[in-house]
Ligand binder design. Sequence first.
Ligand code: PEP
Ligand code: MN
Length: 260
Amino acid sequence: MTTEKMPATVRVGNTALGGGHFALIAGPCSVESEDQIIGVARAVQQAGATILRGGAFKPRTSPYDFQGLGAEGIRLLLRAKEATGMPIVTELLALRDLPLFEDVDMIQIGARNMQNFDLLKEMGRLKKPILLKRGLANTLQELLMSAEYIISEGNDQVILCERGIRTYEPYTRNTLDLSAVPALRELTGLPIVVDPSHATGKASLVPSMAMAAAAAGADGIMIEVHNDPACALCDGQQSLTPETFADLSRKIFRIREVLA
Ligand code: PEP
Ligand code: MN
């Protein structure tokens, strides 16, 4: 089995990615409170987002930084799903937490776990879409082999996510490899998402790169949005306000019209 023959469309709750379907995924880096997640969910939905993101289990570089609300974070995300009807995506760090993810619509395997092969095999035994993020030092071939780990166990609902790779340029958090979009398109049928938030690490750079991702033909774009970025517990510097996101969303949909 190769990803080349995979179906182009993956359904996520009441929406879909690939095969002409486009998803705008938005929400905070981390779930912080019920008011925060429901407030951001309503704002991004109003602006055209179709999937809500929010981290409950956070892979932080420092063990002393906020690690996420854990089980309580998942509970609050489910409340936001109930309040808005939006499907939700959130990261699984360890298999131990899987029972909490039953009503999560799409499981994210983050950059740091892209080659956690045991975890990938377990994702292959689920009947749920998996958002697989590219590791910070991984090639496209390695990303595709990680997708194969999931697919070969029986789950073909895999979505690939380019989120920037580490280069020698420190001005941006990572370097967004936008050529990954057309390159992966040549190599696989799987839907392709771009995350300009983790790629750039700077809110001022996110709109340009999100528009460029849309122009490159991404099947989805994932953007961090926070109601009060300056006070965010995680990744505030790269988070858009709901207002900036709404303006960007309008432009993304206009770019999509040009491509149609
Ligand atoms: C995230 O999307 O919350 C995240 C931690 O991203 P990445 O794995 O790409 O760093
Ligand atoms: Mn983040």
